[in-house]
Design a protein around this ligand. Structure first.
Ligand code: URA
Length: 246
């Protein structure tokens, strides 16, 4: 597929579109061994040989996988018309054009993954993959055994009954209580709506796990790259999910 050269360079994570335009104008980009300085030129990543500063673009493409501890008060989006802080503001020194894998609400904190690997993101978000995401939620009051069992059997929400969730009591905090909740669906405000529908309010919600990945001691607002081990574990979880589906 033919695309504008600056778009191809940006997609490869080498520069922003604006920076790519400067690279082109400065004569740093070759297409099929010819220097191209015109900005409107289109090329095909598969069929054409595209080089940036002498390096073929395919060998420069690098997938990155990042875990951020999202603070409250950030929008999970690549831009916000209301100009509120967005999660990618916290990744400003990452060169590749990464996007979040799924979403956390404005007032939810915790583990948020980013990548430029569209295939992996697609597999992780596919409902059939059934990747459990784990949260800590602080609610008013205490749940009795009847309410607890509703999480397992499914809770009726406006967009249908929820798939079985896992729920574990952690501790009491004065007139509130702390729970660990794991769900594999990713509906809008799902956990808040699940508690609301049985008469409780969530005061704090934090994601601490995504499949085999754990937030651990990563400080709020900080990010790190996934380790090779974590990537392997993630891929293993996905493969297992596919085998179960077959
Ligand atoms: N469930 C919610 O209610 N909010 C989130 O951000 C994530 C899961």
């Amino acid at each position: 597929m033919k695309e504008r050269l600056q778009k191809i360079i940006a997609k490869a994570g080498l520069a922003s579109r604006r920076e790519a335009e400067i690279l082109i104008s400065d004569g740093m980009v070759r297409v099929n061994d010819k220097i191209v300085t015109e900005l409107g030129i289109k090329a095909d990543l598969i069929e054409d040989k595209i080089e940036v500063k002498g390096e073929p673009i395919t060998s420069l493409e690098k997938n990155v996988y990042i875990m951020l501890n999202k603070p409250k008060g950030y929008i999970t989006a690549l831009k916000d018309p209301q100009r509120r802080p967005i999660v990618t503001d916290l990744l400003s020194d990452i060169k590749q054009r990464v996007f979040p894998i799924g979403r956390l609400d404005y007032d939810t904190e915790g583990l948020l993954l980013f990548t430029n690997d569209g295939d992996l993101a697609h597999c992780l978000l596919h409902p059939g993959s059934r990747i459990f995401k784990t949260y800590l939620g602080e609610i008013d009051g205490m749940l009795n055994s009847g309410k607890i069992s509703r999480f397992k059997s499914g809770i009726e929400l406006s967009d249908g009954i929820t798939a079985p969730a896992k729920l574990e009591f952690i501790r009491r905090k004065k007139n509130r209580s702390l729970w660990k909740i794991s769900i594999y669906e990713g509906r809008k405000r799902q956990i808040k709506r699940m508690f609301e529908s049985i008469g409780y309010t969530i005061y704090e919600l934090k994601r601490i796990g995504f499949g085999p990945l754990e937030l651990g001691r990563l400080a709020t607002g900080k990010y790190r790259f996934l380790t090779d081990r974590e990537l392997k574990d993630l891929n293993k979880t996905l493969k297992l999910a596919q085998t179960v589906r077959i």
